[in-house]
Ligand binder design. Structure first.
Ligand code: C5P
Length: 235
């Protein structure tokens, strides 16, 4: 089996209001990044793990996770960081998962569904959730223009899964293009359909202090499923 996982953790996370990069902020005593690494390392299908981190953190990460984990410095935009991560993925990998370190609480069933769809032949797959709130288009002056049909809208999460040749070709075809997710790059590339599998509310992205508080409430029970904490704080 050959699934490579790229975890992007090079964002500054300024909206979280911490002085550390977001992926190194602690959740239940563990840096956010560590939650995703533990989740992915526990999967027998994942044969290679690439971590994309802020340059200043790379040295200590390499000590913490020596080879076979590969740590590479990220870029200015998320897409730049993914590009750098993809460059470190082995040519032997058939599939690539791209995952945000800012989503530490992804349940196993989401990973299973993404990997399952790839193995069943999907060239690109993203976990999604329905939109439950009514969504409005709003003008710059704050007045509502229209109501959007939410039935066809989805919220998109990570890990997103791709055939390696597809994601590599899509990124190569769009140098300098930035998207907020990797499926967006593949959609623009246009050569293959992007399919969906059910995501999970717990896989939400930690962006604001409120998100971190919510994650703290959910994290305790999840710790039972992780390897013993050795006290590493990322400091
Ligand atoms: O900023 P945002 O929360 O959308 O970032 C999503 C993920 O992308 C985070 O895990 C963040 O660390 C990562 N990222 C990155 N390089 C950047 C910007 C974001 O690796 N330049």
């Amino acid at each position: 089996v050959s699934v490579a996982a790229v975890v992007v953790a090079a964002g500054s996370g300024s909206r979280l209001g911490h002085d550390r990069p977001k992926a190194f902020v602690e959740l239940a005593g563990r840096p956010l990044l560590e939650w995703s690494i533990a989740l992915l390392q526990a999967r027998p299908e994942v044969s290679q793990l690439v971590v994309v981190a802020p340059e200043a953190e790379c040295g200590q990460l390499r000590q913490r996770w020596p080879a076979p984990v590969i740590t590479v410095p990220g870029g200015d935009e998320r897409s730049d960081s993914v590009r750098r991560g993809l460059a470190a993925v082995s040519a032997e990998a058939e599939w690539v998962l791209v995952h945000d370190a800012a989503r530490p609480l992804v349940p196993e069933h989401v990973l299973t569904a993404v990997i399952g769809a790839l193995r069943a032949g999907a060239p690109a797959v993203v976990p999604v959730l329905p939109v439950v709130d009514t969504v409005k288009l709003v003008a710059a002056d704050g007045t509502i223009r229209s109501t959007v049909d939410r039935d066809s809208l989805r919220r998109v999460q990570t890990p997103q899964g791709f055939r390696r040749d597809v994601i590599v070709a899509a990124y190569a075809a769009a140098p300098g293009v930035t998207h907020t997710d990797d499926a967006g790059i593949v959609e623009s590339y246009g050569a293959v359909p992007v399919s969906t599998v059910p995501g999970a509310e717990e896989a939400f992205k930690i962006t604001t202090p409120h998100d971190l508080r919510l994650a703290e409430l959910l994290a305790g029970p999840r710790l039972a499923g992780l390897p013993a904490d050795d006290g590493w704080t990322g400091a």
